[in-house]
Design a protein around this ligand. Structure first.
Ligand code: PLP
Length: 403
C-alpha cells in the first residue's frame, strides 16, 4: 500500500468536519506496473486497457503514453477516449451494439470493431457503405471447448451471448463476400473467454489454443490475419494469495511454438482488472460501532453504493485500520477490542456488507478504514445514488506528488 494515502487523512480533517469518504487512485503506481508489464512482453504483442474496469479520465490519461490503445464496450466509453486522444487505437466490443453506436464508432475512427453476431456484421457492412468509410473488424469467437480454465466469471467455452460460435465463421465470411461489400475488412479474431484467471500456465495454454484455432481458420478460409486479440481476464486476489504471474505467462507464451510461428500477425491483450485493481483505495470513516446479540458491527460513511465489488462477489474485501486518537464528543466512544467485527455500510439493506467477521485488535468509532485493491470494478459497478448519500471525493497520487 502507498503510505501517501494515509497522508491525505490529516489534510481532509483540517478542511472538513464531515467524515472521510474518498477514493484514491495511485496513478504513479499504475504507470509503474504497466511499464513492468510491457518489459516482459515479446515483440509483436500489444497491450490495450479495457476501460470498463475503471473509466476514470485521469487513469486513461495516465495510461495514454504507455499502452497501445484502449478497449471500449459502448459509444460512451469510445467518445471518452476520443476526448483524451483523437488518434489512439480503439477496440470496440460488446453485444447489442446499436446502429447509432456503430455509426458514431465508424465516424470516430474506431480501429477494430469486435463483431459479436451475424446481424451486427450485416449492419456494419451496410453502415460503412452508407458512410463511405473503410472499417476493420475482428470476429469475436466463442470456442466450444471444455479445456478453458475455470473462473468465477466465464463468457466463453460455454453457451453465452458473447461473440460467434466457431461454426458461424464460414457464414460470416460469405456474408462479407456476397454483400457487395466494399468497405469492411476482416483483419482477424477476438477472444475474451473469462475474467479473473489466476493461473498463468493455464492462461498461456488458452492463448496457445486461440493461436492454433486461428491458424486452422486462416488455412481453411484463406484469410489474411493481421491481428489476434486474446482478451483480458488476468486475475487479482483479494485474500492475500499470490495473484496472476504476468512474467511467467509472457515467457511461457513467447517460448511456445504457436507464438513463434505467428510471423507477421500481431497479438493483443486487453486487461482491465489486472492493470488497475491494486492501485485504488476506498477510504471511509467508522461512524458507529454496535453490538447485536453476539456480534459486532462497524458502520462506515459509505458502503456498497460506492464499492459494490465485495457484495457482488460475496468476498471479504481487504482493508487496514488507521487509528484516530481524537474524539470530539463529551460522551463515551464505542469500540470493539479483541472480538470479530463485521464492516457494513450506511445503506438500509443487509446486503451492504464489505467484510464479515474481521479480526482486529481494536476498532473505534471515528477510526478510518482503507479498503485496498479498490481500483477495478468498484466505484464503476456501484449503484451510486441508491438512498441519495453524497458521493465520495476522488484523489489522485502521481509520481510527482499528490494532485
Ligand atoms: C471486460 C472485458 C475485458 C477486461 O476484462 P478483465 O477481466 O478486467 O481483464 C476485456 N475484454 C472484453 C471484451 C471485456 O468485456
Amino acid at each position: 500500500m502507498n503510505e501517501r494515502v494515509k497522508e491525505l487523512i490529516p489534510e481532509w480533517r483540517e478542511r472538513s468536519r464531515e467524515p472521510i469518504c474518498a477514493y484514491v487512485y495511485d496513478l504513479g503506481s499504475i504507470q509503474k506496473h504497466v511499464r513492468e508489464m510491457l518489459q516482459s512482453m515479446p515483440a509483436r504483442t500489444g497491450l490495450f486497457y479495457a476501460i470498463k474496469a475503471n473509466p476514470d479520465k485521469r487513469i486513461i490519461e495516465a495510461l495514454l503514453p504507455l499502452v497501445k490503445g484502449f478497449e471500449v464496450a459502448s459509444i460512451g466509453e469510445l467518445l471518452k477516449i476520443r476526448e483524451v486522444s483523437e488518434s489512439v487505437p480503439i477496440l470496440f466490443g460488446g453485444p447489442g451494439k446499436k446502429d447509432d453506436e456503430l455509426e458514431k464508432a465508424i465516424r470516430n475512427h474506431v480501429t477494430y470493431i469486435h463483431v459479436e453476431s451475424l446481424l451486427e456484421l450485416r449492419k456494419i457492412i451496410w453502415l460503412a457503405k452508407e458512410w463511405n468509410h473503410p472499417t476493420q473488424i475482428l470476429l469475436r469467437i466463442n470456442l466450444r471447448t471444455n479445456t478453458l480454465p475455470q473462473t468465477k466469471i466465464a463468457m466463453g467455452g460455454r453457451p453465452s451471448p458473447f461473440g460467434l460460435d466457431e461454426i458461424l465463421i464460414e457464414e460470416a465470411i460469405s456474408i462479407l463476400k456476397e454483400s457487395n461489400n466494399t468497405h469492411v475488412r476482416i483483419c482477424g479474431f477476438h477472444f475474451h473467454s473469462l475474467s479473473n484467471n489466476l493461473q498463468a500456465d493455464l492462461h498461456a495454454d488458452m492463448v496457445r489454443l486461440y493461436l492454433q484455432k486461428v491458424k486452422e481458420w486462416k488455412l481453411r478460409y484463406e484469410l489474411d490475419v493481421s491481428v489476434i486479440n486474446a482478451g483480458g481476464g488476468f486475475g487479482v486476489t483479494y485474500d492475500g494469495e499470490p495473484g496472476f504471474d504476468w512474467s511467467r505467462f509472457t515467457s511461457l507464451l513467447a517460448q511456445s511454438e504457436e507464438f513463434r510461428s505467428l510471423e507477421n500477425t500481431e497479438l493483443f491483450f486487453e486487461p482491465g482488472r489486472f492493470i488497475v485493481a491494486d492501485h485504488g483505495y476506498y477510504v471511509a470513516e467508522v461512524i458507529d460501532i454496535k453490538r447485536s446479540q453476539d456480534q459486532s458491527f462497524a458502520v462506515i460513511r459509505g458502503g456498497t453504493h460506492h464499492n459494490r465489488l465485495p457484495a457482488s462477489w460475496g468476498h471479504n474485501h481487504p482493508f487496514r485500520v488507521v487509528p484516530i486518537d481524537e474524539w470530539a464528543y463529551p460522551f463515551p466512544r464505542p469500540e470493539v477490542e479483541g472480538s470479530k467485527v463485521t464492516i457494513v455500510g450506511e445503506l438500509c439493506t443487509p446486503k451492504d456488507r464489505l467484510h464479515t467477521d474481521a479480526e482486529l485488535r481494536r476498532l473505534r468509532a471515528g477510526d478510518i478504514l482503507i479498503f485496498e485493491k479498490s481500483g477495478a470494478y468498484c466505484w464503476t459497478i456501484s449503484h451510486h445514488d441508491f438512498l441519495g448519500h453524497p458521493h465520495p471525493e476522488f484523489y489522485y497520487l502521481t509520481e510527482q506528488g499528490e494532485a
